[in-house]
Every structure is written in C-alpha cells, then in structure tokens.
Design a binder for this molecule. Structure first.
Ligand code: PLP
Length: 412
C-alpha cells in the first residue's frame, strides 16, 4: 500500500494507474464532515457538489454512519437467494415514505433506470398489448440517466454516445418541455413509457415550464403510457420538496431514486411502483447480487429518516431562495454571470461566455483556491448543490466567496 502524503502524489497515481474517464479538479480529498471536505494538505472546503447530490444529508452523517457500522457487524450480504431480516422493513419504509405498493432495490442510478426500462417494456407487452419487441420508450433531448449502453442509446449528448454504438432500438426522442411533442409521440400505440427528469440536473439544471410535468402525467393517463420519473438527482429533498414532482402534485408510475438514498455511504438505488406494474417481472427475470442487501436496507431507512427529522426539504426550499437572491445581486454587479436558475438547493449559474470556453472551469479552480468546491456541468454552466445541512450563515459565507471570486476574476 502507498501512503499518500501530497495531492500531487495522489493525482500522479490516479493518472498512471486509473482509467481516464473523469477530468477532476486538482483537489485530493481525504475527510468529510457535514458541509465540509478537507484535502490531504489539511485545507478545508465547502462542498458545493455533494457528490452530484448523493450527500444531501452531509458528509459522514453520524446517524447514517452508525447504522452502517451496526449492520456491518451483523450481516452485509446474503444475495437474494435467501431472505434477510432487514430488506422487508426497508421496502415497507420506502413504500410508506413515497406512497407506492412495491419497491425494487438496485445499486447504481443507471441500474435503477435499466430496471424501469425493463418494467415498462414488460408492462407494455403483458398489460397494454404491444406486439412483441416493438415497445417504444419516449425520452427527451439533453436527458441524463446514466452510462450503460442501453441508457446512452437514448442520449443526445455526443460525449455519451460517440464511439459506443451500435445502440439499443426502441427509443424515441422528443423536445424537453414541449407538451405538443409529447402529445404526438405518446399517441403511438407502441409507446409503453415516458422517461423524464423533473429538472434536468446534469444537462445544466434546466427547469421545465410550470405545468409541463402535470401535462405529461395527463398525457400518460390519456394514452395508457407509464410515467417513468428519474428523480435520482432531484429527489430526497434536493429541490426543496421530498420529490421535485411534488411541486406539481404528479405521481409517477415508476419512481426512480438513487444517490441520497444512502446519504453517500454506499450505492443504493430503487424503483417504486404499484403491483399492477411491479409484478409483471417474475422470479429470475431481473436482479443484482448486491441489490437489496441488508447493509443497504439498514442504511436507507436511517438516511431517509434523517432527511425527515432534520426537515431538509424545508431547509433546501428556504436556503435556495436566499442563494438565488444573492447570485441575482451579484449578476447586477458583473457581466461575467448571465443568470442563475434552480429550485431548492439545486442551482446553476450560466457564465456569460461561449459554451466551450474554459472560463467556467477556471472559475471553479478559483472557487477551490478560496475554499469552495463546484464543477461545470456542461461548458459554461456551473452547478451549485451543497449538502442540505448547510446553515444560513454558512450559505452567506459561500456566497461571499462566489462574489469575491467573480468580482475579481481575470482569465489567466
Ligand atoms: N439519473 C440521473 C438524473 C442522474 O443525475 C444520474 C447521475 O448523475 C444517474 C441517473 C446515474 O446514476 P449513477 O451514476 O449512480 O449510475
């Protein structure tokens, strides 16, 4: 084992022995607590990414870590070849929390989306009467649902797709936030599902017009299509409600969750649905060795209970208003930032620059020098998504950092 003593040493090792499938900021983190991260040189940062919203409850939340340790001492994995004494309670807990009849646990977000695709297709054949192998899932432009070969088949991002074909058939892509396009696409009797994010986080925090999600739900009902909602990034209080669809009182047929289900301590994802949909999959037709393991089952209950007990949705709602107010004040005093948009504590700023310039990246490097970690999502868009446990005072301190960096910014 190599003992890491400096950032440069750690970066060198990753560069040399790791695949180059990410382009991280040159910061090497070694410790996290609440809203803070520390690098190996001992410098403290505010985390404004929260591991892409997986750490809504804050880093190493003591209650979640305790549930992990307690369960890890008893039993971690049995596979689903046998029952374990924790999974049923976790399934009941998530069904009660989100109002569904059945839950299916997986690990990564991509796997949960794959699960939803399989459920929608199987439902299409067995319940809607779509002819064999002709089911269509309608997805939207600029979506992000993960990295598997099936999921990227529905992507419109060249960096997700280029070089990775051939692609899975059975997807139709329509404009996001366009009800007319949905009306047309869903009228096709072979459509089994409409697959969307309530806010497109990865694409740059794009929020559809008010009423779009409700219209999508109504069209799904009208055309007997399943509404497949990917709340992997937006769910679990991030946008100021437990789910982003709660803003429009929408109830998806397939609710897809991941990330903050574990507060960042291990990969847990799941799909929720009612019996009519979930029970189309029979024993042996789908699964995962680690999906629904007792460790995950114990952690998911504690991680969600923390969100409820600490009222993180309300906190995100209120702090988000303050954050956007502060950035809008900044925008009045600079030409570098064009706009801020978001809901709750899922926000993005658009840098007033051509999309493929380095300015957003350079800004993030300077935020890091001043103790705040954020990253561009796409080109000139920077996402700001701190842990929801951030206090109002801390948020103001972070806004002061952002103000100061932006107002003194010089492109090197
Ligand atoms: N869906 C959405 C909306 C996401 O934001 C992400 C990850 O960022 C995923 C799916 C994929 O999740 P995972 O990286 O856990 O596979």
């Amino acid at each position: 084992m190599v003992d890491i003593i400096s950032s440069s040493q750690a970066i060198e090792l990753e560069e040399k022995f790791g695949a180059h499938n990410y382009h991280p900021l040159p910061v090497v983190l070694t410790k996290g607590e609440g809203v803070f991260l520390w690098d190996v040189e001992g410098k403290r940062y505010y985390d404004f990414l929260s591991a892409y919203s997986a750490v809504n409850q804050g880093h190493c939340h003591p209650r979640i870590i305790q549930s992990l340790i307690t369960q890890a001492r008893e039993l971690t994995l049995t596979s689903r070849a046998f029952y374990n004494d924790k999974l049923g309670a976790a399934e009941k807990y998530v069904c009660d929390t989100f109002g569904y009849q059945k839950a299916l646990f997986m690990n990564s977000g991509a796997e949960a989306n794959e699960t939803a695709i399989k459920l929608a297709r199987k439902w299409g054949y067995t319940k809607k009467g779509i002819p064999a192998n002709q089911a269509v899932i309608v997805a939207v432009k600029k979506n992000f649902h993960g990295r598997t070969t099936t999921i990227i088949s529905a992507s419109t991002d060249p960096s997700s797709q280029n070089g990775f074909g051939p692609f899975m058939p059975g997807f139709e892509i329509v404009e996001y936030d366009n009800v007319e396009a949905l009306e047309k696409a869903l009228a096709n009797p072979h459509v089994c599902g409409l697959w969307i994010e309530p806010i497109q986080g990865e694409a740059g925090v794009y929020i559809p017009a008010e009423g779009y999600l409700k219209a999508a739900e109504k069209l799904c009902r009208k055309h007997n299509v399943l509404l497949m909602m990917d709340e992997i990034q937006t769910g679990i209080a991030r946008t100021g409600k437990m789910l982003a669809v709660d803003y429009e009182d929408v109830r998806p047929d397939l609710l897809i969750l991941g990330k903050a289900l574990s507060g960042g301590v291990l990969p847990i994802s799941l799909v929720l649905a009612d019996d009519e949909v979930m029970l189309v999959i029979k024993p042996g037709e789908h699964g995962s060795t680690f999906g629904g393991n007792p460790l995950a089952a114990a952690v998911v209950i504690e991680a969600l209970q923390v969100v409820k007990d600490e009222k993180l949705a309300e906190a995100a709602f209120n702090l988000g208003i303050i954050f956007r107010e502060r950035v809008n004040n900044l925008i009045n005093n600079t030409s570098l930032i064009k706009l801020v948009r978001g809901k709750g504590l899922l926000n993005a700023i658009v840098v007033n620059d051509i999309p493929d310039s380095e300015t957003a990246w350079t800004l993030c490097a300077q935020f890091a020098q001043h103790g705040l970690l954020a990253k561009p999502t796409h080109g000139n868009i920077i996402r700001f998504a701190p842990p929801l446990v951030i206090t109002e005072e801390q948020l103001h301190e972070c806004c002061d950092i952002i103000d100061s960096v932006v107002l003194h910014f010089k492109n090197p």
